[in-house]
Design a protein around this ligand. Sequence first.
Ligand code: ARG
Length: 624
Amino acid sequence: MTSTSHDPVQLLRDRFISAMRAALGPDCPPDPDPLIGPARNPKFGDYQSNAAMPLGKALGRPPREIAQQIVDHLDLAGIALPPDDSTIAGPGFINIRLAPDAYAGLLDALDTPDLGVEKPAAPETIVVDLCGVNLAKQMHVGHLRATVIGDALARIFERLGHRVIRQNHVGDWGLPIAMVTAHVADLARRGTIDLDKLTLDDLDTAYRAAQRDCSPDRRGLEAVRRYDLGPKAEAELEEQVAGAEEALERAKQTLIRLQSHDGATVAMWQRIADVTMSACHAICRRLHANVPPESAAGESTYRDELAGVVDDLVNRGLAVESDGALVIDLKDAGIAEPLLIRKSDGGFLYATTDLAGIRRRVQKLGADRCVYAVDARQGLHFKQAFAGAIKAGYARKPDGSDARLEHAAFGTVLGEDNKPFKTRSGENVKLSDLLDEAVVRAGEQIKEKNPDLPADEQRKVAEAVGISAIKYADLSSDRVRDYVFSFDRMLMFEGDTGPYLLYALVRIRSIFRNAAEQFGVTESDIDARRPGFALDAPEERALALALLQYPGVLESTAEALEPHRLCTYLRTLAEEFSRFFQQCPVLKAPDEATRGARLRLCRLTGKVLGDGLTTLGLIPVERM
Ligand code: ARG
């Protein structure tokens, strides 16, 4: 974690580390961790250190005794109140209460354009794999997660000052794509499809038809023969099987033509790619997910690298033959299943492309860290691909160390029946339909709550609220866990929802509208004058502590790749603000100084909340 000088946790950490070293001498671990976190019970302090318990265990001494020794050496001047009788509690917790003027100073230091986030000394290059749509298929809820989570992580890295490269690893190559390409070419030849008016819906239909056409029903034919179901049935199935084999053969030929860059075939494929990607980019724009066309780096972009990768692995003895196929053995990396990189028919695999992808990302794009926002069901695939890439040296950076390769795995979106989210007829739910419905429902609520809003503002707000609701529901649940998709829940204006957070910010905006009306004070006045913070009420201090955690939360969210940490933080911040606002009159404050101090607290909360929301990729509004 980079040190942020006004983050009390960081400051206390430094003081505690010195105290631990001084107190324990040679018994002190080389890299002592004071284990500082917010106090469990605010009655006893603002923060607590849990260091004494594990130390006691390690050293075989009573933890309270160790706690006392640490406290005896602790210098809290300028940050916290001096230790007293209640400092050590329970089995050996060390409670810390910040000094009143320390809060004000720390908050003032946080109130910079960067909100206390310091530029990293050595910014990293982080490649984020996100979205990952497939050609000729509609985006569904799985792609929602890959897009929204990937984009949120990318935004958080960017916010922290790292260099981010987004990569949309589009599934745009291989036999299934050749099947649909051949099929669409066929439809076009027969005049049943208009290539100039091709839509993603057409392609989705064609994709399925191609799949069906290329699947010979050999089992059916066998059954017909075994149960002697008559010549007519047998003939029908024979015809199906022959037709399917022919279609499959045509698809294989198409793949060969694609691989050898045959003009007409590539043009057909390109048309399919263009239609798919323009629909994909439109949805990403609507989602306020930053997945620009330049981020597209589909499987097809690796097509001419795969043979080289495989040769390289064979030449260096890393890939070996097994039943006619080529595999990399990963037992030395603790993975029982070998990584298949070439099938016995000579075809390359999804994993071969990901090996080439890691090589490109680390060695061409300069990645220090590669993060993959992809479905948890691909866990084994990534474990294997990462281990294989490391074994092959493809993750090696110029300094000789390996880039960090991480799978930000996410769980499945479930329907209210706790089964994977599908339409009633069992189809995948189209992402665009889902967004439409969220926006319509948000619109109904906005209209009811705010009938005076002009119609076009109402529409804009509904769009922002509906999309933010879907995104927040996705981001706020523990990433690896499945979650149940519920419009009713995600659109509530109270509770752990996107609308609640947007509303918290709207409330702050409206405080300032009133402040301007009543006192002629605007947000920029507060920024210019920077009235001093007064932190007398417990609710003011609680809000201040929450604000001070912001830079640290961004850091830990980025480290753990868990956007829900930032969500939880923002929700807590909004709640602390709400408590403060109930208990501490702002515009009706007893005097001008208190009013100024509280407006400053409102202003800073608004900045942090607004920054946090946009860093997650939600869409703040002025009114709702
Ligand atoms: N297209 C894939 C799918 O739909 C996701 C791609 C994930 N990224 C990767 N580098 N494998 O499952």
